[in-house]
Design a protein around this ligand. Structure first.
Ligand SMILES: Nc1nc2c(ncn2[C@@H]2O[C@H](COP(=O)(O)OP(=O)(O)OP(=O)(O)O)[C@@H](O)[C@H]2O)c(=O)[nH]1
Ligand SMILES: [Mg+2]
Length: 208
């Protein structure tokens, strides 16, 4: 397991920015905050062109990611007390955001948010949780189908274009499998589709 400081060093390299230790993180900080055990408890990445949140940093308490290009959040965001996502490209919040504590502060303005609608998201975690639960109940009424995306280059890009009409020319490689839900109307019938986006590497290991 890399230490928190090693993770910070890797992250700094990946985004090509210097990350400094700071006493306090605020909306335009670029740096990190340590506790007395040298654990990173706060991270600010203002305007860092970040399009994907590294999964390793999700044990943090305070995460400030204002003015980036995030269009997805990892599902594992459990421990946060403050999550600042002002000015990103998020059009949906993962259902796992409902697992955050009700007291977690979420700042989500200036995102092209569709699910949940912005009016719900700004009410906070418990409103988001209620909304995704009611959505799940509603969804259960429709038939569920599965689609598996395997093959050469461009799987994730294809899924993103279909679901979100976005394209990222620096798409990072998919680790494992990423399942995206899509609700689509075909011949006037609502259909639920789970799209399984496989990482190229993993599928090769799994099929000797
Ligand atoms: N020129 C061009 N580049 C593409 C196209 N589709 C994807 N790419 C680029 O090719 C790279 C890999 O695309 P991904 O969509 O991540 O490919 P993937 O099949 O999901 O790859 P793994 O997750 O590693 O299996 C990214 O840099 C994309 O921007 C395309 O149609 N044309
Ligand atoms: Mg991929």
């Amino acid at each position: 397991m890399p230490t928190d400081l090693e993770i910070i060093a890797q992250l700094a390299k990946r985004i090509g920015r210097k990350l400094k230790e700071l006493d306090k993180i605020s909306y335009d900080s670029v740096g990190y905050q340590l506790n007395s055990q040298q654990q990173v408890i706060g991270l600010g990445l203002y305007q860092c062109e970040l399009n994907k949140l590294p999964a390793e940093i999700v044990q943090l308490q305070n995460l400030w990611l204002n003015s980036n290009k995030l269009n997805k959040l990892p599902a594992e965001i459990g421990q946060l007390q403050n999550l600042w996502l002002h000015s990103n490209k998020l059009n949906k919040l993962p259902a796992e955001i409902g697992q955050l504590k009700n007291s977690c502060q979420l700042f989500i303005s200036k995102n092209p948010l569709k699910t949940p609608p912005y009016e719900i998201a700004e009410k906070g975690i418990s409103a988001i949780r209620d909304y995704s639960q009611s959505l799940e109940k509603e969804e259960e009424k429709y038939p569920l189908n599965e689609a598996k995306v395997i093959g050469g280059v461009g799987k994730t890009s294809l899924v993103n274009r279909l679901l979100y009409n976005t394209y990222n020319d620096a798409e990072s490689k998919t680790e494992g499998i990423n399942v995206e839900k899509w609700q689509v109307a075909i011949n006037n019938q609502q259909i639920r589709l789970n799209i399984w986006d496989f990482g190229g590497q993993e599928i090769m290991h799994a099929t000797p």
